[in-house]
Design a protein around this ligand. Structure first.
Ligand SMILES: [Zn+2]
Length: 323
């Protein structure tokens, strides 16, 4: 079963999380496998699994009241890769890719062939007012010296330091069974004492963080995939004093969930205009729209399309048509 564990290091401004997606991640893959397009190539599955794990870790460390979306706008065979996590730890993920991706292809070549790829992190508040824009941070997929970043975790560590001012260590891994991640973060210091004592404290705390960060970074992807959270924590931090929070398991565990609906599809189709829809109907007899995230398919015939446009005009004043 999928799970998320949170912990802090007693007396130190350092916190951490481990996420382990099993059944929920397998559901994402099996929905895709059962769709018309068939499964994503291996490196894409691995990237999406890491993105799903990372979006949940970021969501639960930022504690944002809204959707957190991690999106790679690729410059290479991966055109787009998206993972989205909600405050209740439901998540979804999808990708648009070109055919012919090699099983051994490197991430940098897949998403950043000519150095133009980028990663966007969007925070979309739940109670967003009409006209209000979601917050978005852009992370280049290359370091300042132009070196292309090789791992998703590098990009996110960079983002957390730049945008959230949080030193972060992130280890991510995914295969077809498990998508998992470990996040260690230095919490901002509050209420420093007099300057000199403050500085000495700060140095000691920096040393503590560096020690824990080094331990965390020593975790290998294959360990993260094969070991349960208890074993990972014991192996890495057996000399530290950890305080654990109630794990998110069972009903509160991370899970796959899609936010698509027929009503949203209707709104999207309506925006294309009657003429466009009629020409599709003429050509194919019906309009089929399937969701990239969950594979759910909605079909519309001529009567449905007519209803999309007449219902608006025929509705009595003050009412809204519900499709
Ligand atoms: Zn869907």
């Amino acid at each position: 079963m999928s799970e998320l564990h949170s912990f802090i290091f007693e007396g130190l401004p350092v916190r951490g999380q481990i996420v382990r997606l099993t059944d929920s991640w397998q559901e994402v893959l099996s929905r895709r496998e059962g769709s018309q397009t068939g499964p994503w190539p291996l490196p894409v599955r691995n990237l999406l699994g890491e993105m799903a794990a990372a979006s949940l870790l970021m969501q639960s460390s930022i504690k944002f009241n809204g959707a957190l979306e991690l999106q790679i706008q690729g410059d290479g065979p991966i055109k787009l890769a998206v993972a989205e996590a909600q405050p209740d730890l439901s998540f979804r993920a999808t990708a648009k890719v070109m055919a012919g991706i090699d099983d051994h292809a490197h991430l940098a070549d897949l998403v950043n062939g000519n150095g133009q790829g980028r990663c966007a992190i969007t925070l979309d508040p739940q109670d967003r007012q009409p006209g209000q824009q979601p917050y978005q941070g852009i992370v280049p997929l290359a370091a300042a010296d132009g070196t292309r970043l090789q791992r998703l975790s590098d990009m996110i560590q960079h983002y957390m330091r730049q945008s959230e001012q949080l030193d972060t260590v992130l280890v991510l891994a995914a295969d077809d069974r498990v998508a998992a991640g470990l996040l260690i973060q230095r919490m901002p210091l509050e209420g420093k004492g007099n300057l000199q004592a403050g500085r000495a404290d700060e140095e000691a705390l920096a040393e503590d963080y560096n020690r824990i960060a080094t331990l965390a970074a020593s975790l290998k992807p294959e360990e993260l995939l094969s070991l349960d959270a208890e074993t990972v924590l014991r192996r890495l931090f057996w000399e530290e004093r950890l305080m654990r929070f109630e794990p998110r398991v069972g009903e509160t565990a991370p899970r796959f969930s899609c936010r698509c609906s027929r009503a949203r599809v209707v709104n999207m189709l309506r925006s294309l205009g009657r003429e466009e829809l009629d020409s599709i109907l003429e050509e194919r007899g019906q309009i089929e729209v399937s969701c990239d995230f969950c594979g759910n398919e909605e079909r519309f015939d001529a009567v449905d399309v007519a209803g999309m446009f007449t219902a608006l005009q025929d509705a009595p004043p003050g009412t809204q048509s519900v499709q």
